[in-house]
Design a binder for this molecule. Structure first.
Ligand SMILES: [Zn+2]
Length: 168
């Protein structure tokens, strides 16, 4: 009986991890380029949603994960505006493109999850950033030092990173 119970927990965890992996890898929304932002006029467009987003450089594997409590499309345009005005402190992806001489027009944006502002959003951002740091640490442009992480997650994350023998 005991074995059966732990077996079921194991299956549930396995399913959960696969769903997370699937959601993370595939995403729920189409990839957005700057030219597609014209869809901002369409109220049913995902660009009107709030949530966790990813912007990928079009010329290398670097990417940035962020959260927005406003429309995703608006936030994406702000990243592009930071690039054009060379305000590197306002956008990590803009800073990367300017530093590396990668054209930000080639970058793509993607809404990973829609959610309301607050705790859920913080938690989802935290989960995506940790997952990205563990799986594609070298390509992640986020500054982990300024990312919201709850103390337990931060402790666990440091532990995991230490065991992967990579830098924080
Ligand atoms: Zn790049």
């Amino acid at each position: 009986m005991k074995e059966d119970f732990s077996g079921r927990i194991y299956s549930a965890l396995l399913i959960a991890s696969r769903i997370t992996l699937f959601g993370y890898r595939v995403g729920f929304y189409p990839i957005t380029t700057i030219s597609k932002l014209i869809n901002l006029k369409n109220p049913t467009s995902p660009h009107h949603n709030l949530g966790i987003y990813k912007i990928s450089c079009g010329e290398c594997n670097s990417f940035y994960i962020g959260q927005t409590g406003r429309k995703f499309g608006t936030r994406l345009l702000e990243h592009h505006a930071a690039y054009r005005s060379r305000k590197t402190q306002e956008s990590a992806i803009a800073a990367h493109c300017l530093q590396e001489n990668h054209d930000m027009i080639e970058s793509t944006g993607e809404l990973l999850h829609t959610c309301g502002k607050g705790r859920t959003m913080n938690r989802m951002e935290e989960a995506e950033i940790i997952s990205a740091k563990v799986n594609n640490g070298d390509d992640l442009l986020n500054d982990i030092g300024v990312t919201y992480l709850n103390p337990f997650i931060r402790f666990f994350y440091k532990f995991k990173i230490t065991h992967h023998n990579s830098s924080f």
